[in-house]
Design a protein around this ligand. Structure first.
Ligand code: S3P
Length: 171
């Protein structure tokens, strides 16, 4: 069978990249890979530990390396971390290795979905809303510039989002 282009999910924390990625991969009978999960497995430590010990810059280097490796695969669904679009190299590598889907959500939805989260170092502070709003301003244009397709995830459940992605990538 010919290699099919990868499907790459980008978007902010709490957009549903992992949940939707898993469902999407099952729907298309493809393998699902989550960049954050692969980084943690490789490092043998969780993301808070990596941020603590190596700083955000150390995490970003690991993320860039992981994106390079994941981009060599074919026929897979890849979920990236919310900050993957910050580096120009990552944006280029992701665009070159498949169809990029921006899972758009609102800050209000992010706040709800990440309320009890302890695994995202950038949100372990009292001014989470302010942090998410600043990230939105900085990153939304980068997600848009990188994506082939934009899909809202704040107005319906993951199953409906998956159906829309399948419909639009098969066009
Ligand atoms: C980050 C998002 C996280 C993770 C890390 C940094 C970000 O991934 O990569 O905590 O900068 O937005 P999720 O988007 O999967 O939460």
């Amino acid at each position: 069978m010919p290699a099919l282009p990868n499907l790459i999910l980008i978007g902010p924390m709490g957009a549903g990249k992992s949940t939707i990625g898993r469902l999407l991969a099952a729907e298309l009978s493809r393998e699902f890979l989550d960049s954050d999960h692969e980084i943690q497995a490789r490092c043998g430590a969780d993301i808070p530990w990596i941020f603590d010990v190596e700083g955000e810059a150390g995490f970003r280097d690991r993320e860039t390396q992981m994106i390079r490796e994941l981009a060599r695969l074919d026929n897979v669904v890849i979920a990236t971390g919310g900050g993957a679009v910050l580096r120009e190299e990552n944006r280029r590598v992701l665009r070159d290795c498949g169809t990029v889907v921006y899972l758009y959500t609102t800050v209000e939805q992010q706040l709800r979905r990440t309320a009890k989260d302890r695994n995202r170092p950038l949100l372990q502070r009292d001014d989470r809303e302010q942090v998410l709003r600043e990230m939105f301003v900085q990153r939304d244009p980068l997600y848009r510039a990188t994506a082939d397709i934009i899909v809202r995830t704040d107005r319906r459940g993951p199953r409906a989002v998956v159906n829309e992605i399948v419909r639009r990538v098969q066009r």
